[in-house]
Design a protein around this ligand. Structure first.
Ligand SMILES: Nc1ncnc2c1ncn2[C@@H]1O[C@H](COP(=O)(O)OP(=O)(O)OP(=O)(O)O)[C@@H](O)[C@H]1O
Ligand SMILES: [Mg+2]
Length: 245
């Protein structure tokens, strides 16, 4: 569903993405992990067509370049930086984004989407009054409303409480089970472990390691018995302990 071939992108002299190749198949969840500044959000911007690579190619579906608007309609995108309008209600927000994707949704359909993220009872309130967790869930509803075959979620549970996190994970899993390809970034190792069929560990713009959690822990782990701690130890081993930007 998604293929990146040798994709690179620089901001001036900063090589944010450096020769990344990655595939996400239909029904598969791939977790893109890495320290702050590793290049995850830049990769996401290239995948969602917000930016074009300096070199290499991104293909969505059979032959789609996401810089084409028609291809972007196949992508549901929840950005790391929330882009919601405080003055709109949740229903207005979801309706508006559906239209931007070329999908017209009835009020009933919009309410179903909001119900899925647990916002049905607050659907007609202005987003400005929402908590951080509610905004994050609305961000996800926006990504899902046009039922895209590819979901790209940049830190979908950042700043979200454990209740909401479990709920959001359930939604992501059920979308994958119905055939959606999912690329997600997270700093939550437990979440990455629970959700991802495969992990790509990124640092300095490059994929440093890729595999299932078990494979990564077996190859790079520090012998920890707990898998979640094991994944964190793998990440720290491969990317070092110094603080990032
Ligand atoms: N708009 C920009 N202009 C210049 N440099 C940028 C820009 N966006 C990102 N960078 C730089 O590119 C590199 C990759 O950043 P990116 O946001 O892709 O990392 P990330 O892995 O998403 O980090 P985080 O976990 O903090 O979200 C960093 O060195 C960052 O400072
Ligand atoms: Mg980021």
């Amino acid at each position: 569903m998604l293929t990146l071939r040798e994709v690179s992108k620089s901001y001036g002299r900063v090589r944010a993405v450096d020769g990344v190749s990655l595939r996400v198949a239909a029904g598969e969840v791939v977790g893109l992990l890495g320290p702050n500044g590793a290049g995850k959000s830049t990769t996401v911007a290239l995948v969602t067509g917000l930016m074009r690579p300096d070199s290499g190619s991104v293909t969505v579906g059979a032959a789609g370049d996401p810089s084409n608007a028609s291809v972007r309609r196949a992508i549901g995108f929840a950005p790391q930086e929330l882009a919601l309008y405080d003055m709109l209600t949740a229903t207005e927000t979801v309706t508006m984004f559906a239209r931007l994707y070329g999908a017209f949704r009835s009020r009933r359909q919009v309410l179903e989407a909001l119900d899925m993220v647990g916002l049905a009872t607050r659907a007609d309130e202005r987003v400005g009054g929402y908590s951080g967790g509610m905004k994050r869930r609305l961000n996800l509803a926006v990504a899902l409303i046009h039922e895209p075959p590819l979901l790209v979620l940049d830190e979908p549970t950042a700043g979200v409480d454990p209740q909401s996190r479990a709920h959001v994970r359930g939604i992501i899993r059920s979308r994958a089970a119905s055939g959606c390809a999912v690329l997600l970034t997270t700093h939550d190792m437990e979440e990455a472990e629970k959700l991802s069929d495969r992990i790509a560990l990124m640092d300095h713009g490059k994929i440093q390691a890729e595999g299932t959690v078990d494979e990564l822990v077996a190859i790079h782990g520090a012998g920890s018995s707990r898998v979640a701690r094991g994944l964190e130890s793998v990440l720290l081993k491969l990317t070092g302990r110094e603080l990032r930007e």
